[in-house]
Design a protein around this ligand. Sequence first.
Ligand code: SF4
Ligand code: SF4
Ligand code: SF4
Length: 183
Amino acid sequence: MDLADLHRPADGALTAMSATSLSRRALLFGRGPKPQQPSIRPPWARPASAFADACTRCGDCVAACPERVLSMDATGRPVFDPASGECSFCGACAESCASGALSKQPSAPPWTWRAVVSERCLGRQGVVCFSCQDACPQQAIVRVPGRLGGLRVDAERCNGCGACVGVCPAAAVRFECAAEASS
Ligand code: SF4
Ligand code: SF4
Ligand code: SF4
C-alpha cells in the first residue's frame, strides 16, 4: 500500500485499516534518525563491568528463555532484543545462570530500561497508528493532545517489557535507562 492509499478524514488526520500492514519502506518517511538500540543484558544482570567479568558465555540463559528474546552478541554474551518480542520477566534466564552474572533478587526490579517514542512516530505526521499502544500490557503509552501529537511513554508505568518495539511500523520506539527516559 502506498501513502496515497491512506484515507484523510475531515479532521485532516490520515488513517489506515492497519498501519502495521503497510510496508516499512512506504512509512519510513519519519523525521529524525532511526533509533540506535543500546546493548541490553538479560533481566537481573549485574552492573555492566561485573556482568562482563562474571558471564562465562555459556548460553544457558538464551536456551532457557521461553520467549526467545535473548541472543548472543558479538562478544559471546547474552542480550535482550526488544524488537524480537516481549520479556515476561519469568526469571528463567536468571535461574539458569550458574555464574551469578544474572542474579534474581525478590526485591530488585529486573532492570531500569524504559521505552521511549521518538520523533519518527507516525502520529507526529498525522497518521493514526495505535500499534504500540495496543501492544502495551501496562497501558503505559498515551497519546499527546493535538492532531500531530504522536504518542509518548509514561515512564512510571512502563516496565521495559519491549512489547511495543517490534510492532511499530516506523521503528520509532527505542529503549533508554529510566533516568534518561523520564527526563
Ligand atoms: S525473564 Fe523470562 S522472558 Fe525475560 S529474558 Fe529471561 S527467560 Fe526470557
Ligand atoms: S547463563 Fe549466565 S554465564 Fe551463561 S551466558 Fe547467560 S549470563 Fe552468561
Ligand atoms: S516497554 Fe513499556 S511502553 Fe513498551 S509495551 Fe512494555 S510496558 Fe508498555
